[in-house]
Design a protein around this ligand. Structure first.
Ligand SMILES: [Zn+2]
Length: 157
């Protein structure tokens, strides 16, 4: 296990991603470059003693609803597409756990836009794409009280 101990600024729940899903996010980010890719994370939160494990089972790529000239620095998933994806996942016992998007030629840190449009509970995965190649991946959870992002450990397997 790769849980960051004692990091009070970090979210308690870590995000568990298979190598295959991590590669999928990286390749979608590389393919969308120089625009942003975006999508949804579906899976389950599983209680494991006092810990909660956030297991991602599936990704659903979203179509960026911003017009082409805006896609390089912001994303928004079509609400109808999201609703359909949530209904399909629900039938398999999966819930929406969060979102992923890419930062072309920017660090894998949330922008002010990202923070203003975030909700508590969800994981926000950001993949940094530099000159078309994936270079970093982070995950963030919004703290309800402070309205600030806390970093979330990503465990790959
Ligand atoms: Zn962003």
């Amino acid at each position: 296990m790769n849980v960051s101990e004692g990091a009070t600024q970090s979210a308690k729940v870590s995000l568990e991603l298979s190598d295959g899903l991590r590669l999928q996010i990286e390749s979608e980010g590389a393919a969308a470059y120089p625009n942003e890719c975006c999508g949804m994370l579906f899976g389950r939160d599983v209680k494991d003693g006092s810990l909660t494990r956030r297991l991602v089972d599936r990704l659903v790529a979203g179509s960026n609803t911003f017009e082409a000239g805006e896609q390089y620095h912001r994303f928004s998933i079509d609400p109808l597409q999201q609703l359909k994806a949530e209904r399909a996942a629900e039938k398999e016992g999966l819930v929406l756990l969060g979102y992923y998007h890419s930062h072309p030629d920017h660090p894998a840190r949330p922008s002010e836009y990202d923070r203003e449009h975030a909700w508590p509970f969800y994981s926000y995965v950001i993949v940094a794409i530099s000159k078309g190649k994936p270079v970093d991946m982070t995950s963030w959870v919004l703290d309800d009280a402070s309205r600030q992002f806390q970093s979330q450990a990503i465990q790959t397997f």
